[in-house]
Ligand binder design. Structure first.
Ligand SMILES: CC(C)(COP(=O)(O)OP(=O)(O)OC[C@H]1O[C@@H](n2cnc3c(N)ncnc32)[C@H](O)[C@@H]1OP(=O)(O)O)[C@@H](O)C(=O)NCCC(=O)NCCS
Length: 226
């Protein structure tokens, strides 16, 4: 009998180090994930971190609008449109087994560009204890070591000191600034985004041992030849 992991290999991926584990989002994770978002993401004094304030939508499970219905569409679309030419993985981050945040990694034409983009967030109660740094180190190391990526790009709204600090600690260097449109609850505003990029030459690896399971079937699904 085939398993779910045989049918959709991203589900077999498990990246871990010490107390932190990254796995592809499953439907069973959704209740815990929705509760986490509801308990708050944005730290006081820091700018709204996302392109769209999805996390501030009215909390209305089961309603046609608001959170989580619109976000469910986004998470499920990533799975429904997953293909070698363009893919996106929402990696659920657990610390000591507790769901604490999400580390996204995505790419377009990866076999030709060898470049991935990342984005991440943690529930407010789980910030400031090093998880944000470790989860980014884990996903970047996975991209370099298991997918043979050559560049990992990211970006943060200028003034997001926590995200800037994580990027600096993981070895990213500045890659230009650009003006972006941010869709807040109060309307659309223009803000400056700092782009950052890390390569194997500048990457700062985590101190602890890293374990990766399920990379080979994922490479096959993504058309990555070694
Ligand atoms: C950005 C985020 C993922 C960082 O994760 P984290 O676990 O809180 O960060 P860490 O504990 O690994 O800390 C990394 C560094 O950031 C610094 N930092 C954390 N919060 C900070 C703040 N509010 N202001 C300034 N620096 C801060 C820490 O001091 C640490 O640096 P140090 O080790 O040199 O002291 C997390 O704060 C978060 O989810 N924020 C809201 C969403 C968001 O901004 N996502 C990023 C979008 S680009």
């Amino acid at each position: 009998m085939l398993t779910l992991e045989d049918v959709f290999p991203p589900f077999a991926l498990r990246i871990s180090s010490g107390p932190v584990e990254l796995r592809v989002l499953r439907d069973d994770d959704l209740p815990e994930l929705v509760e986490l978002v509801r308990s708050g993401i944005q730290a006081p004094g820091l700018p709204m971190p996302f392109l769209t304030a999805w996390h501030e939508e009215p909390f209305a499970p089961g309603a046609p609008d608001g959170f989580p219905t619109a976000s469910l569409r986004w998470w499920w679309t990533q799975r429904a449109t997953f293909a070698p030419a363009e893919w996106s993985l929402a990696l659920v981050v657990r610390r000591e087994g507790v769901l604490v945040g999400v580390q996204d990694v995505q790419a377009k034409d990866f076999v030709h560009t060898r470049r991935v983009l990342t984005g991440s967030w943690l529930g407010r109660a789980h910030q400031g204890v090093g998880t944000g740094t470790l989860m980014r180190q884990l996903v970047v190391g996975f991209a370099f070591d298991e997918l043979d990526a050559e560049q990992c790009e990211s970006g943060y709204v200028v003034g997001n000191h926590a995200s800037a600090a994580v990027s600096r600690k993981v070895g990213y260097v500045d890659n230009g600034r650009r003006r972006i449109a941010q869709h807040t609850r109060q309307g659309t505003v223009g803000v400056d985004e700092q782009r950052v990029v890390v390569t194997p030459a500048t990457f700062v690896r985590p101190e602890g041992q890293v374990s990766v399971e399920g990379a080979e079937p994922l490479r096959r699904l993504l058309g990555i030849d070694r």
